[in-house]
Design a protein around this ligand. Structure first.
Ligand SMILES: *Cc1c(COP(=O)(O)O)cnc(C)c1O
Length: 364
């Protein structure tokens, strides 16, 4: 092998394998400091978030007739993309000398805020809609030591109340109205641009409070690239599709059960300026995509994440050849939904080899 060749090979190994795994040990703020509002020497509260994998999805690619890949945001430390924004929001809060953070949450913001507050040694309170938060998210929030307040109301009411609270008390609001959240989350666009070497035609993403679609568009805009952004809401919580606030949002995808998104205008601008769209998918379409991802691609995501895939399957690639679906959170967050909506069953069996044979090898 010539010296040139081995050098080339060395570089491609570095680019394809070694570098990304090495990057996993770099806090997001350090990896992208020159593009984030943090100076060297500022406090950094990190759980080594970001640098998440982008994985090919062969079955989806076949179904839509384009190259589809999945950005696994569930690989973040608390299991959702919220960590990208939270490292920035909590680091900035610590820089300001804050002793407490608060948020309204459908679950993942709460879990992330609780973890980063624990890491920073400050207190955290979360307001969640009563009875509407997935078990995994509640478990995380409690074990990290946050104060959990269950509001007899929905997410939008919880957010309204925490905004009032933080107007009159020295507590930092870490919902995506907080600019640092959007700043941190835009780094996912940088990662995609690097990983795909600019080859991205369309991004499919679930939309709830619309902070994430806003953040991706900000990230792509800063790079001067323009993939089309296809946002998807659940039919029962689709204010950006109908143009009307939804007073009682309802969907199986609890992470996007939001009727009055705080980033409404930003999200509409992102869809318009990228020549994309924000459209709706039904709960049954979300659940079908949820099962397909798990059973055919080996990817167990949250139902909300599956909304992006449901949208792609429903509306098609629209001429895009290189597509990424953002899997925003991991499936273990919401075990109840997975247990309630799958095609399998648990087969009881006594301790006898014949019955085991029958159970394992017999007709399903
Ligand atoms: C927060 C969240 C969303 C929605 O993101 P927004 O920024 O609120 O639009 C989607 N999926 C998961 C898993 C989430 O946690």
């Amino acid at each position: 092998m010539s010296e040139g060749m081995s050098e080339q090979l060395g570089q491609s190994i570095q680019g394809g394998v070694e570098q990304p795994s090495a990057r996993r040990h770099v806090p997001l703020i350090e990896r992208y400091r020159e593009r984030l509002p943090f100076a060297p020497g500022d406090p950094v509260v990190s759980l080594q978030e970001g640098s998440t994998p982008v994985v090919p999805a062969p079955v989806l690619s076949e179904l839509v007739g384009a190259r589809v890949r999945l950005k696994l945001e569930g690989a973040n430390p608390t299991g959702s993309f919220k960590d990208r924004g939270m490292t920035c929001a909590v680091s900035a809060a610590v820089r300001e000398g804050a002793k407490a953070v608060v948020c309204a949450s459908t679950g993942n913001t709460a879990a992330s805020a609780a973890a980063y507050a624990a890491r920073a040694g400050i207190t955290c309170a979360v307001i969640v809609p009563e009875g509407k938060i997935a078990q995994g998210k509640l478990a995380q929030t409690l074990i990290h030591g946050a104060r959990v307040i269950s509001l007899a109301g929905n997410f939008d009411q919880a957010l309204e109340l925490v905004r009032q609270l933080t107007d009159t008390h020295p507590i930092v609001l870490v919902n995506s109205v907080n600019e640092f959240r959007v700043e941190g989350q835009k780094t996912a666009a940088f990662e995609l641009h690097e990983a795909l070497e600019g080859e991205l035609d369309a991004l499919c993403i679930p939309v709830g409070n619309a902070g994430n679609i806003t953040a991706y568009w900000r990230g792509f805009s800063e790079l001067g690239v323009k993939p089309r952004l296809f946002g998807f809401q659940a039919e029962g919580a689709a204010p950006l599709v109908t143009g009307q606030i939804v007073e009682r949002p309802e969907t199986v995808a609890s992470a996007i059960r939001i009727g009055r998104p705080v980033r409404w205008e930003d999200a509409m601008a992102a869809a318009r300026d990228s020549r994309g769209s924000i459209r709706a998918v039904s709960d049954s379409e979300i659940l079908a995509a949820f099962r397909l991802l798990a059973s055919k691609e080996g990817m167990f995501s949250e139902p909300a994440s599956a909304a992006a895939v449901a949208g792609l399957l429903k509306y098609g690639a629209e001429g895009a050849e290189e597509i990424v679906c953002v899997l925003t959170g991991r499936g273990l967050k919401d075990p109840e939904t997975a247990i309630a909506h799958n095609d399998g069953r648990v087969i009881p069996c006594p301790v006898e080899i014949e019955r085991i044979e029958e159970a394992v090898l017999g007709d399903p």
